[in-house]
Write a protein that binds this ligand. Structure first.
Ligand code: SAM
Ligand code: DTB
Ligand code: SF4
Length: 326
């Protein structure tokens, strides 16, 4: 199999986004079928293990201490509470459990507590993912030794638009963390947010940054901005839903072997819009009532949607491994 291209130009990505919708979706669906079961969707569950009071100033985020969003801050959750949530996630069909913390970066002692959580969640038979902010190379290696499967760290937007959204860490800081994660041998989950007032050229540029990484991320979350009152982006103009679907399709074509996750924002999407996103190549979701601090589509609504579309959850790679080595 050919390696995916890693030399995308912004002009090429923009031209892709501008194609007639039917042509774009047809190519995306053909690409999707080359590498994936078109009716399988990987399901992850999210848990906020440390909420609020974050020192960063990300303009979209409910958890930044710099915005007055009324969010109650919480300390790092006790291990038992995390294990309980992981069991519930497993019972409701998730194959991966993602834990998020509102940190600029973890301290080494924070990291050891998160490692206990990772090991306990793995013991429940789930894949693990954490998103803890910036990491040093040594911290990434420590997480890998502890058995972490995925690290989520988003580029969020294009390098050109980035400064209008976040000023407390640079785009390069994000690339450095992704490099540490990749070099440690952890699978990379990296994507961004649409609908923050960026232009199409920014969406194209962000996709190029992701697709042209030394190795493309295994998982690419595409979030639709969830507007949060009290944040600078609370009143951002709504993105045309068709443009959102186009961006999913372009991500699928540019990163043909990556899982593209239809991430935040599903709560406000119709079944028809989500169906178009799956047709365009999205093949992963977060399920459960909550994302980190905002509402998500409930489990029963997702079950109805999967039944309406004839979709099924991806099998759990972890279970496959244990069953085959037994
Ligand atoms: N603090 C860590 C960090 O920023 O890397 C981890 C948690 S942070 C909440 C994870 C990601 O969630 C962000 O990078 C952003 O892409 C996404 N996100 C946060 N708030 C969002 C919102 N209101 N709408 C859409 N996506 C959001
Ligand atoms: C990602 O790209 N999206 C998730 C996960 N990675 C950590 C987070 C979405 C957060 C949405 C807003 C909230 O619930 O606070
Ligand atoms: Fe903090 Fe992450 Fe929110 Fe930025 S996105 S303010 S780093 S929790």
């Amino acid at each position: 199999m050919n390696e995916p291209r890693r030399d995308w130009t912004v002009a090429e990505a923009e031209a892709l986004l501008a194609r007639p919708f039917n042509d774009l979706l047809f190519e995306a669906q053909q690409t999707h079928r080359r590498y994936f079961d078109p009716n399988a969707v990987q399901v992850s569950t999210l848990l906020s293990i440390k909420t609020g009071a974050c020192p960063e100033d990300c303009g979209y985020c409910s958890q930044s201490a710099r915005h007055d969003t009324g969010l109650a801050r919480e300390k790092l959750l006790p291990l038992e509470q995390v294990v309980e949530a992981a069991r519930e996630a497993k019972n409701s069909g998730a194959s991966r459990f993602c834990m998020g913390a509102a940190w600029r970066n973890p301290t080494d002692s924070n990291l050891e507590r998160v490692i206990e959580m990772i090991q306990a969640v793995r013991a429940e038979g789930l894949e693990t993912c954490v998103t803890l902010g910036m990491l040093t190379a040594a911290q990434a290696r420590r997480l890998r030794e502890a058995g972490l499967d995925y690290y989520n760290h988003n580029l969020d937007t294009s390098p050109e638009f980035y400064g209008q959204v976040i000023t407390t860490r640079t785009f390069q800081d994000r690339l450095d963390t992704l490099a540490h994660v990749r070099e440690a041998g952890i699978k990379v989950c990296a994507g961004g947010i649409l609908g923050m007032g960026e232009r199409r050229a920014d969406r194209a540029s962000m996709l190029c940054e992701l697709a042209n990484l030394p190795k493309p991320p295994e998982s690419v979350p595409i979030n639709l901005l969830v507007p949060i009152e009290g944040t600078p982006l609370a009143d951002a103009d709504e993105l045309d839903p068709i443009e959102f679907v186009r961006t999913i399709a372009a991500a699928r074509i540019m990163m043909p072997r990556s899982h593209v996750r239809l991430s935040a924002g599903r709560h406000e999407m119709s079944d028809e819009m989500q169906a178009l996103c799956f047709f365009a190549g999205a093949n992963s979701i977060f399920h459960g009532e909550r994302l980190l601090t905002t509402d998500n589509v409930g489990e029963s609504a997702d079950q109805r949607l999967f039944a309406r579309l004839g979709l099924h959850p991806d099998p759990t790679p972890f279970e496959q491994k244990t069953c085959c080595s037994a």
